[in-house]
Design a protein around this ligand. Structure first.
Ligand code: SAM
Ligand code: SF4
Length: 316
C-alpha cells in the first residue's frame, strides 16, 4: 500500500448529480476538518510506513482555504515521490501556477461533457468555459500528461463517448472513463460498461488496442490507437475488480482512514492525534487499518455495501 488519497474538504463549488445533493452538504462544526499541521503529521507517519504517492481530493480541493500550505507541507516530506491533485478545474486559472510552485507534480481534471448546457445540468453550478480555462491554465503552468476524467451516465452523457475521447488526439491529455460507482447518488444512475464504451470507440478508432504501458500507479488500464497520441484509460472498479492489486487507502477531511471505498469501516486518526498520541501509536493505527483492508469490494452486491457517505465526503 503506497498510495494515500487525502481529502482536504467535503465542500465544493459544484453539485454534480452523481456526487452531491442539489443543495450541497452541511458545513461541519468548526475544527472538524484537519488542519494543515495535522495533514502533515499523518502524512509523515504514512510516508514512514511506505506511502510514496499522495493525491489531494475532496469535495473540491481548490476551495479549501490553505490548500497551498497543505501542498507545501506535504511536498517537504523528502521520501514522498509524487504529490497529485484531482480537481474540477474551475479554480485552476487562479491556482494552477501557485500549485505547481507549491510542489504539485500532476493534475487530473474531471470533465463529463463538452456541451455547455449539459455541463450546467450535470454540475448544477459549473460553466464549461471555466473548465476549459482551467485546463489551459494547467498546461500554461507546465503540468504535463494531464488526465481528463469522465464519468459516463447512461442517458445523460453517453452519446459523447467519441467526442470526449478525441481530446486525446494531440497527446496533450490522456482521457479516462471512470465507471460510475454505486456510492451515494451513484446508486440512482445508470452505469455504462467498458465493453459498450469500447464498441463505440472502435467505430472511430478500429485499431484501438490494450497496452500494458504504465501511465501512473493507479488502477487504470489503457488503450492506444495510431490515430491518437494520448491514451484512453478505464477505471472500472465495479465490472473489473482490481482489488487484488489495490495499492491505496483513503483519508477523509475529518481524519477518518478508510481501507476500502464500499465499507464504512474507518480508523479515527483525528482523535488519536488530537489526544497527542505517540508516533508509535499513530504508526500502529495506520498499520492496523492497512491490515484490515478487505479482500475485495462488494459493489456487485448492494446489500453488503455499508458505506453511507456520499462521494464528496469520501474523496472519490
Ligand atoms: N472535485 C474534484 C473532482 O470532481 O475532480 C475531486 C473530488 S471528486 C469526488 C473525485 C472524482 O470522483 C471525480 O472524478 C468524480 O467525477 C468522481 N466521482 C464522484 N462520484 C462518483 C461516483 N458515484 N462514481 C464514480 N466516480 C465518481
Ligand atoms: Fe464537486 Fe467533484 Fe463531487 Fe463534482 S464530483 S460535486 S466537482 S466533489
Amino acid at each position: 500500500i503506497d498510495y494515500l488519497r487525502l481529502s482536504v474538504t467535503d465542500l465544493c463549488n459544484y453539485r454534480c448529480q452523481y456526487c452531491m445533493p442539489a443543495d450541497g452538504v452541511e458545513k461541519g462544526p468548526h475544527g472538524a476538518v484537519l488542519s494543515v499541521e495535522e495533514y502533515g503529521e499523518i502524512a509523515r507517519a504514512a510516508v514512514k510506513l511506505g506511502i510514496r504517492k499522495i493525491r489531494l481530493t475532496g469535495g473540491e480541493p481548490l476551495v479549501r482555504r490553505g490548500i497551498l500550505d497543505v501542498c507545501r507541507t506535504l511536498r517537504a516530506i523528502p521520501e514522498l515521490k509524487e504529490l497529485c491533485l484531482t480537481t474540477n478545474g474551475s479554480l485552476l486559472p487562479k491556482l494552477a501556477k501557485p500549485l505547481q510552485e507549491a510542489g504539485v507534480d500532476r493534475l487530473n481534471i474531471s470533465l463529463d461533457t463538452l456541451r455547455t448546457e449539459r455541463f450546467r445540468e450535470i454540475t448544477r453550478r459549473g460553466n464549461l468555459e471555466d473548465a476549459f480555462a482551467g485546463i489551459r491554465a494547467a498546461e500554461d503552468a507546465g503540468f504535463q500528461n494531464l488526465k481528463l476524467d469522465t464519468v459516463l451516465m447512461g442517458g445523460v452523457n453517453d452519446d459523447e463517448i467519441a467526442e470526449i475521447a478525441a481530446l486525446a488526439k494531440d497527446g496533450a491529455f490522456d482521457v479516462r472513463f471512470i465507471e460510475l460507482m454505486p456510492i451515494g447518488f451513484g446508486t440512482t444512475m445508470k452505469r455504462v460498461s467498458t465493453d459498450d464504451i469500447l464498441t463505440v470507440l472502435r467505430e472511430r478508432w478500429p485499431d484501438l488496442a490494450e497496452t500494458d504501458e504504465k501511465r501512473g500507479n493507479g488502477p487504470a488500464h489503457y488503450y492506444k490507437s495510431g490515430l491518437l497520441k494520448g491514451r484512453i484509460g478505464f477505471i472500472d472498479a465495479v465490472s473489473h475488480k482490481f482489488c487484488s492489486e489495490c495499492n491505496r487507502v483513503r483519508l477523509t477531511s475529518t481524519g477518518m482512514l478508510k481501507p476500502c471505498l464500499c465499507y464504512s469501516d474507518t480508523t479515527d486518526l483525528r482523535a488519536l492525534i488530537r489526544f497527542e498520541c505517540t508516533d508509535a501509536e499513530l504508526k500502529s493505527a495506520l498499520e492496523s487499518a492497512v491490515y484490515l483492508k478487505p479482500r475485495a469490494h462488494c459493489f456487485d452486491d448492494g446489500a453488503q455495501i455499508t458505506e453511507q457517505h456520499i462521494m464528496s465526503q469520501i474523496g472519490g
